[in-house]
Design a protein around this ligand. Sequence first.
Ligand code: GLA
Length: 490
Amino acid sequence: MDDGLALTPPMGWYPWNTFGQEPQNEKLIKEIVDALVASGLKDAGYSYVGPDEGICFSRGTDGKITTNLERYPSGLRGLGDDIHRKGLKYALYTDAGTRTCSGAMPGTNGHELEDMRQFAEWRADYIKIDWCNTEGQDIVKAYTRLHDAQHAAGRPVVHSLCSWGDGDPWKWAAPVGHLWRTTTDICAPGQVNWELAMKIAADNQKLYPYAGPGHWNDPDMLIAGMPGLSESQNRAFFSLWCMMAAPLMAGNDLRDMSASTIKILTNPEVIAVDQDPLGVQGHIIHTEGKVSVWAGKPLFDGSQAILIFNQGKSPATVTARPGDLGLDPRTAYYVRDLWEHKTAAPPLHPGESLTALIDPNDVAMFRFSRSNAFPLPPVVVADTYLVSLRAAGTAPQKLSGTIMLTNKRTSELPLWKVRQDLPAWLSVSVAKNGKTQTVMNTVSTAGLKRGLYHTVVRLDNIEPVSGRPMSAVYYDVDLEVTDDVGMTSR
Ligand code: GLA
């Protein structure tokens, strides 16, 4: 897919793990959105947010899906606009079968194109497509049809397949989806299950050859920060998901997070492993008793991520040489601890070993590098993804609105490049001021008829250390013209 989407694993928040279906409504989602911004998760890279199976629409007798306004009084479009205005991306949910899993919402079967058009009108940027009530449907054909329908609807959307591993999507889904669930649900709503989560990690890591930029194995949403887990478990869980280049859809109640949970979910050095532009999924290379070594994750600057996980009941002292960790035994390595935020001095010379003391259900996570620079790949955060302009009167006008894109990490990015397939009324230019770039949208209304105008603008960039393409940035421009406008302002 050349949409440039999800070139690193998508990050965001979904309600299911904590809330299940019942309390989902517009008020909850808006509170979560505000908490996502205020807690610093937005600045850490979390961006996709919206209802899961939240009883948000139903199908009328005309076959069309419409918002359930009792639960979402602003309409699903209104909710999406609110999310976009805050510089976040809009996630919605549906099902490939006849009904969603609980039966509370219609599935898309037989309505694929009209539903994907409606999702585009609601301005969804991410659609999770479940696999309940699909008896008799061919899974490859069904998800391919949905991809084609989404494409025909014309809005670039991250397509999240949710068949819980049914039909081995890793074998065929890369051309039709950006991520696919590999396992059963990680928990019933509100009930964390540590053993199940660890089984899911063990199963998902085996699928490492299938992950890469734009197409990811999804071991389900995060349980870190939910009631019932210790700080060690939260840290271990988050490290495992990052090591597996898993999508990071937080699942905890963001309105009620401890300082420790925020610190774990926003650790920039661990997120950098997940969001690495090479997009390689790490996996277990060695197990001894209850201790596993996770490696095979080269990073964009030539360094390597290493995770050591102690699943035992007592602390473990692990001593290892680089060769034991799948690294070159003849190289001297700088070793950086990604939870302590410290680089050991001096570097580890060939033949020397590293010793780590790891508590039960905890991890040690490192980056091994020939240099002691340890750069972090960009995290791009927007002040808004929606420019709304209004022109009144018959005289031509020039109107403008900006989008500010900031790289929250140390590097400066090259200028964002505008795809030049813009409508005649819009021109877009980009100016750079250090780590923030201003995308200026200028509208000329000369000769426009009264009406509503809309377009989606795409920007592309590359990561400066590796030269790899970064996920494309898309945003919406709305223009309302209240009167027919002449060509000159006489
Ligand atoms: C399935 C999915 C979950 C959630 C529920 C909603 O079980 O795997 O993530 O979306 O459906 O019913």
